[in-house]
Write a protein that binds this ligand. Structure first.
Ligand SMILES: Cc1cc2nc3c(=O)[nH]c(=O)nc-3n(C[C@H](O)[C@H](O)[C@H](O)COP(=O)(O)OP(=O)(O)OC[C@H]3O[C@@H](n4cnc5c(N)ncnc54)[C@H](O)[C@@H]3O)c2cc1C
Length: 483
C-alpha cells in the first residue's frame, strides 16, 4: 500500500495516542471538532494522490527510484533542481486544490533530508542505513510525519547544560544495547497530533558537555511516554461568517512531551555527535525555510488579491496613492516568488542530495517575515475601516435589516453589495481577525526568528569578497598582501 486512502490514514490515527486539547483527553481525534479539522486538512493530501485529474496525481505521485512502485513524491529525496522545484509546485498546488496546506510530509521530510546530509558528512554508515530504512518505511506505508525541532528552551540566555533543570532541551537519559531513552519537550509542532511518525532533530548547536542533547530520531506517535498538548484552534465555520462552500483548513500545533521514551537504535540518526548538531539544525532550517517560502507565495497571492478587489469594490482602483500601494503589494509577492524559484534553481549539493540554496532561502524567509506587517498595513489601508466593523452574514440574512445593508453598503456601482460584503469578510480573515493575528506571529517565528535568518545570511554571504572589492576601488592594498 504505497499510496494510502483517506480512510486508511484516518484509521491509522485510532492507535491509542495520548492527546489533550483544552484540558480534555481526546480518544478519537478524527471525530474531535477542532482536531478533526487538522485531520481533514492532512487528509486533503491523501486526496491529492488519489486525484482523478492526472495533472494533480502525476505531480504528487512519483515512481519509487528503485522499484518503480508509486510513492508520494515528498518521499523522493531531492537530487537536483527539478526535484526541488517539484516540492515547491506540490506545496503550491496543495493550497490551490484543497484550500489549505496539508503539511503531511513536508516538515518530516525536511528533517529526514537533513539527517541524510549529516549522516553522509559524519560518514556513519549505520545512521545512513537507519535513515534509508526509515525512508523506505515511510514510502511503503505512506505515512504522515511531523518535524519536532523546537525545544521549550527555558532561559534563552543560558545554554542547555546551564539551565535550572536538564529537561528544557530534549536529551538522552539512558542507553542500552536495544536503544536510547529520551526526555524533554518539543513545542509548536505543526500537525503533530495527526502524525503517524515524529521526526526529532536538535534545535541548536550543542557543545561537548551537551553531547546528550545532540540527538535525532524517528518514533511512532503512539509510543509509550509521548503526550500531545494541543493548541485550541478556530473550529468550524460559524453561521455568522460569509464563506465559500469549502471546509475550514487549519493545522493545530502541539507541545510534545517525551517522558522517558524508548527509541530503538535502528530509529536513531544522531546520538552524541555534538560536533554535527549545528549542521543538522542548519540543514533542517534550510530545507524548512524552503518549504515555508514555497507555501507563503499562494497565501500572500490571495491577500494581495483582496487588496486589488477591495480597491475596485470601493471605486478607487484608478486613484494614484492606491495604485502606489498596489505596486508595493505586488513587489512584496513577486520578490518572494522570484527568491523561491531562485532557491530551487541554485542548490548546493551534498553528495547526491540537493539542498536548496541556503543564502537565498534565508533571504526569502527574512523578506516575507520582516515586511509582512507592512504588507498587511497596506491591505488594511486600501480596504477601509469596514474591515474592522462589517456586519455579519446573519445581519444580511435578517429581513428586518437586510434592505438597509443592501442600500447603504454598496461601493462602486459596477459590483453588487453582496459581493462587496463577501470580499470584505474574506479580507477581514486575512488582516483583522484572530486568525490574522495568529499568522502575524507565525510569519515572524515559524521556521525560525528573523535573527536566525540574519545569522545564516551572514554565514553564507561573501562579506570578504565585498570588502576586497571596496579595497580595490579605494586603491588600498589588501590585508593579505601586506607584509
Ligand atoms: C505556528 C507555528 C508553527 C510552528 N511549527 C513548528 C514545527 O512544526 N516544528 C518545529 O520544530 N517548530 C515549529 N515552530 C517553532 C518555530 O520554529 C519557533 O517559534 C522559532 O524557532 C522561534 O523559537 P521560539 O518560539 O522558542 O522563540 P524564542 O526563541 O523565545 O524567540 C524570541 C526572541 O528571542 C530571540 N532569542 C531567542 N534565544 C536567543 C538567544 N540565545 N540569544 C539572542 N536572542 C535570542 C529570538 O531571536 C526572538 O527574537 C512553529 C512556530 C509557530 C509559531
Amino acid at each position: 500500500m504505497a499510496i494510502r486512502s483517506v480512510k486508511e490514514y484516518k484509521e491509522s490515527l485510532r492507535d491509542g495516542r495520548r492527546v489533550y486539547i483544552r484540558g480534555e483527553k481526546v480518544e478519537d481525534i478524527t471525530r474531535h471538532p477542532i482536531l478533526g479539522i487538522t485531520v481533514d486538512t492532512i487528509a486533503g493530501g491523501y486526496e491529492l494522490t488519489a486525484s482523478e485529474d492526472p495533472s494533480v496525481r502525476d505531480l504528487f505521485v512519483a515512481p519509487h527510484p528503485k522499484t518503480g512502485e508509486p510513492i508520494n513524491r515528498y518521499f523522493v529525496t531531492p537530487a537536483n533542481r527539478e526535484d526541488l522545484a517539484n516540492r515547491t509546485k506540490m506545496i503550491q498546488r496543495s493550497i490551490e486544490v484543497i484550500g489549505g496546506l496539508p503539511f503531511g510530509r513536508d516538515i518530516g521530510t525536511d528533517c529526514l533530508n537533513a539527517a541524510f546530509v549529516v549522516a553522509g558528512q559524519m560518514g556513519k554508515k549505520q545512521y545512513q542505513e537507519n535513515a534509508m530504512n526509515f525512508l523506505e518505511h515511510l514510502r511503503k506505508n505512506d505515512l504522515h510525519t511531523c518535524g519536532a525541532v523546537t525545544c521549550v528552551k527555558g532561559d534563552r540566555g543560558k545554554e542547555p547544560a546551564q539551565q535550572k533543570h536538564p529537561d528544557y532541551y530534549l536529551h538522552v537519559v539512558d542507553k542500552n544495547k536495544e536503544g536510547i531513552v529520551v526526555k524533554g519537550a518539543k513545542i509548536h509542532i505543526t500537525s503533530a497530533p495527526a502524525a503517524n511518525e515524529i521526526l526529532v532533530v536538535p534545535t541548536r548547536q550543542m557543545r561537548e558537555n551537551e553531547a546528550d542533547y545532540a540527538v535525532s530520531f524517528a518514533i511512532p506517535a503512539n509510543t509509550k511516554g509521548i503526550t500531545f498538548i494541543c493548541r485550541g484552534g478556530r473550529g468550524a465555520w460559524s453561521d455568522h461568517e460569509f464563506h465559500a462552500d469549502r471546509p475550514v483548513r487549519e493545522l493545530t500545533e502541539a507541545m510534545i512531551v517525551f517522558d522517558n521514551v524508548f527509541v530503538p537504535w535502528d530509529r536513531v540518526f544522531m546520538c552524541g555527535e555534538w560536533q554535527y548538531s549545528m549542521l543538522i539544525a542548519y540543514t533542517f532550517a534550510t530545507f524548512h525555510r524552503f518549504t515555508a517560502i514555497s507555501y507563503k507565495v499562494p497565501s500572500v497571492e490571495v491577500m494581495a488579491g483582496c487588496a486589488v478587489a477591495m480597491a475596485k469594490y470601493n471605486g478607487l482602483d484608478k486613484v494614484s496613492h492606491i495604485r502606489d500601494k498596489l505596486a508595493d503589494i505586488a513587489a512584496y509577492v513577486e520578490t518572494l516568488r522570484a527568491l523561491t524559484n531562485a532557491a530551487a534553481a541554485d542548490p548546493v549539493m551534498y553528495g547526491e542530495i540537493a539542498v536548496p540554496n541556503p543564502l537565498i532561502c534565508n533571504m526569502a524567509k527574512l523578506h516575507f517575515a520582516s515586511k509582512y506587517h507592512e504588507f498587511i498595513k497596506l491591505i488594511q489601508d486600501i480596504g477601509g475601516g469596514i474591515l474592522a466593523t462589517a456586519p455579519d452574514k446573519k445581519d444580511w440574512d435578517n429581513p428586518d435589516i437586510h434592505d438597509y445593508l443592501e442600500h447603504y453598503l454598496g461601493g462602486s456601482e459596477k459590483y453588487s453589495t453582496l459581493d462587496r460584503l463577501k470580499m470584505i469578510h474574506e479580507t477581514m480573515r486575512h488582516v483583522c481577525s484572530h486568525e490574522s493575528a495568529f499568522h502575524e506571529v507565525t510569519t515572524v517565528h515559524a521556521e525560525g526568528s528573523m535573527a536566525a535568518q540574519k545569522m545564516m545570511i551572514l554565514a553564507e554571504s561573501p562579506l570578504q569578497q565585498y570588502e576586497a572589492k571596496a579595497m580595490a576601488a579605494a586603491g588600498i592594498t589588501p590585508w593579505s598582501k601586506r607584509l
